[in-house]
Design a protein around this ligand. Sequence first.
Ligand code: GLU
Length: 306
Amino acid sequence: MPAETPSPRQGAGRFAPSPSGELHIGNLRTAILAWLFARSSGRSFLVRVEDLDRARAGAEEAQLRDLAAVGLTWDAQAVRQSERGDVYRDAVHRLQDAGLVYECFCTRREIAEAPRAPHAPEGAYPGTCRNLTEEQRARRRRERPAALRLRAGVDSRTVRDALHGGYTGVVDDLVLLRNDGVPAYNLAVVVDDALQGVDQVVRGEDLLPSTPRQAYLAELLGYPPVEYAHVPLVLNREGRRLAKRDGAVTLAALADAGWAVPEVVGRILGSLGLPADGLPQALAAFDPARLPREAWIFEPPAAGRR
Ligand code: GLU
């Protein structure tokens, strides 16, 4: 199915990993949740490879293989963001035509050191390049390439989330196109979800703070609103986000340590309060209102050969 064709009317959910390495059990748990949310609400389910930034050779294949191995099914060939430059540029052009884009020449350091209004929210772009004169822009263009930023008309937005209720967060003049020409994550995700007919976004809780920006951008682009569910993360014993160095956390390493795929899936489902005997049984019992709201502290088995 061509990516630009919106899905049929029933809507779609999705899982959108960045192919920066193998998925760990936390990523797999989020993927299973996204699948359960989509399938239990009669939606189709899509996988999108978010490879604009952190792609590592072989990671995409390994991730898709592991998603299939745990029993997930998706309804169209996985879409790769790196092949969709045109759709992101079209969206930027539409915003430009509406006068909602400006060039930004700031370095990270300049942004960190810029003076801010006393009430300016943490992490918000201070607006340094918002009102440069044409002459100032011409001079700065000779020094470094510009990123393109959205001229936001609001400074916060409230979104509704199935697990968090109303969530209010910062909307600032977010980057649309980085100064190396790569579309920014917030733009790509919003454009792709809309063009792929995604109307349900299930992902890790760490992305909740980006959501007000994305909802606002979607609105400016005339896209329909989507439902959100930001699900709890998986943490290590120290209470930090799970990472490869935490031992056997990928499907391959877990298999080596003695946990075959059904055991891993069973433990993930058990951690969600669902029947641990398989995805079909978990799907039959799935009720978003009864999901745990706290992180899952994962104890890996003693590592095997890897
Ligand atoms: N690609 C992002 C990640 O792996 C997820 C984006 C999303 O689900 O919106 O963190």
